[in-house]
Design a protein around this ligand. Sequence first.
Ligand code: ADP
Length: 428
Amino acid sequence: AATGGSTTVRQVKLDKECELRIESSADSPLRLRLLTGTAEIFGTEVPPGIWLNFSPRLKFAVFTWYGATIEMDGPTETDYTADETPMISYINVHAVLDGRRNHAKASPSDSDTSQGPRVVVVGPTDSGKSTLSRMLLSWAAKQGWKPTFVDLDIGQGSITIPGCIAATPIELPIDPVEGIPLEMPMVYFFGHVTPSANVDHYKVLVKELSQTLEKQFSGNAESRASGMVINTMGWIEGVGYELLLHAIDTFNATVVLVLGQEKLCSMLKDVLKNRPNVDVVKLQKSGGVVSRNAKVRQKARGYRIREYFYGPSNDLSPHSNVVNFSDLFIYRIGGGPQAPRSALPIGAVPAADPTRLVPVNVNHDLLHLVLAVSYAKEQDQIVSSNVAGFIYVTDIDMHRKKITYLAPCAGELPSKYLIVGTLTWIEN
Ligand code: ADP
């Protein structure tokens, strides 16, 4: 039963294959340690005896395969024990993937069979996609594989800030407190939190990311055999569905895991029935997955951006920089001023190139926007280039023609080419 609001140090005994589901409180931290037995948090083992500090508003579960005693210190929003979880079916998927990785590793490196499983995780929002991706990656890393995590979910972003698609190798089980290490992720900036803002541009970025990874795999047998886990967006209707198919195609997926949606599963089974090398597998959604409404999701996006600049535990100090308007070259992708309908031939539809580069004049419209710093060396590479990081515009002085921005560190930006979309953030 839920025991929300408790503040004392307390112990919870978990029977085998049970989990303790926790939502940490909004304003105070929570400490937790493993006293006896073994347990894991989303696929990563909890070290025995050591206090782990969880930040506020975190929703997670401590699961045990063989039984454990957990000690908690601090208030929670809720905490309760569940004995019904889909974990057995998830670990069975892991076992199958592991077999395929071994098979890939044993194959000659120039053959098709040297490619490990490419797993796409699909399902509606709040079906546990990110969580399942994380478990599969951590279980694989625990066994010494280096799978690549690809995150196509621009709405939330597990690897970097929202509005981006990204990939990173996972070399160690993902830390339950720190999350995914941000060493060298490959990041492409879309700049919006919904793909409908520019569907063609989104597809172009997915294609770019897949080609970059393909190049990396061709020179790296280990990561090739380890395969990929690809997390997708929760938008599964209409254009969202089309984008799922596009991702499955573009990344040459071999396994599609469908969480909690019969209809989506049968639709995918049907369209993919002529591809014997793609398995579509339906998996149960965990009862522990917490639904988040639009407002909560929007807040979560804000926290994620804050985390980029200030660190997960507020341990970074971003730098405020002031530069001249003329020092930066800011672009928007797609859209832009269109010819008025009256200027077009009768019957013609105004069609702006969705991946056209549009120069942006600096003015107050840029205030509170998050911009990406492109790795492009030339202007014509901007659309297809990945990004080095992000800045946040905090002041525009039209009179002195100065722009003030927050960046993770001091000094000159790695490039003068910046990309802007509609991604905003109000620092508080
Ligand atoms: P999706 O990626 O499908 O939108 P997530 O995997 O992000 O869904 O899950 C939504 C939220 O539920 C996250 O905050 C996640 O940490 C939480 N969650 C997932 N599984 C569990 C569980 N078994 N117990 C408690 N919280 C969970």
